[in-house]
Design a protein around this ligand. Structure first.
Ligand code: BGC
Length: 366
């Protein structure tokens, strides 16, 4: 079977031959991969950025946003059968810390976790993959057109549900659906930003999206179909957003641009919450107005926090919301996928990031 592999920290990628994996224990599931999404992490890996090969080798099969169909199951798997659709989650715990022992490797304390396709474990850009049932999340067949969005959506689900949990705990005057009618700003209209806009809208938030693409581009059109308003960052500078459009109760950062990340604190209102999800590469240090920011955060009771990866529960929330989105905007979520490529043409979506495109996926169907 073929697979897309890189040598970590080198700017090379290639299609390699790998033996087809077999089920070796009763709890395992073998998936025939249908398609795998490409994100900024994959692009960074192919360009020699962060990635770690499995122990003892210097080659890593990439890909972590997978979707496939069950080909076979171990004897102990009761509720999943061949023909079912689904995804495997990404992170595998260190098995030493409390979060990992409680199946929350997304909150691993030791930092010794692995991630399929990113850190120490081969990923999903290949024909077949095998893993334990506990990492499998079923996706109903009628969502097969958007199942590949489950992983990026799970990242947005975790960040947003943490915001809601924190706010409903510390602001007792608010009801559990804290988001209803709240002003939300999403910075960066890539797949994670647009999926965050989708979740925030489904939960009742009033969403604005900030980017520097042309108004009328596929990203802004996608946002406006779900009722989001576009803020053109070329016209409205981030530090002036509060003056132009007012302050926000929730800010979701999905750009990975450190200067912007700090400037956006300006747009956060009293008792507001701000979640950072972008992961910057190595860049030059930036200067920030420390006293002003610290004063503002303290005097306005603001929370600023980071969120990475997602638990199995967040993947399940993602599947539910893909269904919900389909009922509300009939087929609109699928329009996030703006390019599908045969795996032999993998370099195109990995090397040429077209600003007009939203999500590219690589197809593996046999
Ligand atoms: C993935 C996450 C992962 C993170 C850090 C992201 O691209 O979606 O699952 O935890 O990279 O490696």
């Amino acid at each position: 079977m073929e697979a897309i592999a890189i040598s970590p920290r080198e700017k090379v990628s290639r299609i390699v031959e790998r033996p087809e994996p077999e089920i070796r224990s009763a709890d395992e599931i073998k998936i025939s991969v249908i398609e795998v999404g490409v994100c900024a992490t994959d692009r960074e890996e192919v360009l020699g950025g962060k990635a770690l090969a499995p122990k003892g080798v210097n080659e890593l099969v990439i890909g972590h946003e997978m979707f496939g169909v069950v080909a076979d199951t171990g004897d102990g798997v009761r509720h999943i059968k061949p023909g079912d659709y689904g995804v495997f989650t990404v992170r595998r715990g260190c098995s030493r810390c409390a979060p990992c022992r409680m199946e929350r490797p997304d909150m691993c304390r030791t930092g010794e976790y692995s991630e399929r396709g990113i850190r120490g474990m081969d990923g999903f850009q290949t024909g077949f993959v095998v893993d334990s049932e506990k990492y499998f999340v079923p996706v109903p067949g009628d969502l097969s057109g958007t199942g590949v969005l489950t992983e990026p959506l799970s990242v947005a689900e975790k960040a947003i549900s943490e915001c809601l949990r924190l706010q409903s705990i510390r602001l007792p005057e608010y009801s559990p659906d804290w988001l209803a009618g709240k002003r939300c700003l999403v910075a960066g209209l890539g797949p994670i930003g647009l999926l965050a806009a989708l979740v925030l809208t489904l939960r009742g938030g009033a969403v604005c999206g900030l980017d520097i693409v042309e108004p009328g581009s596929p990203k802004t059109e996608w946002l406006s179909t779900i009722g989001g308003k576009y803020i053109d960052g070329k016209i409205c500078r981030p530090e002036n957003i509060d003056e132009y459009v007012g302050e926000f109760d929730l800010v979701f950062e999905a750009t990975g641009i450190p200067s912007l990340g700090f400037e956006l604190i300006d747009a956060l209102g009293i008792n507001g919450i701000y979640v950072l999800t972008g992961i910057p590469g190595d860049e030059h240090a930036i200067h920030i107005p420390g006293s002003e920011l610290m004063r503002k955060i303290v005097l306005r009771n603001q929370i600023i926090f980071g969120s990475v990866n997602a638990s199995r529960e967040h993947f399940q929330m993602a599947v539910q919301d893909l269904g919900e989105a389909d009922r509300r905007w009939n087929g609109h979520a699928a329009r996030l996928i703006t390019g599908r490529y045969h795996f032999q043409n993998y370099l195109e979506p990995l090397m040429n990031q077209d600003a007009e495109k939203i999500k590219s996926v690589i197809e593996w169907t046999q």
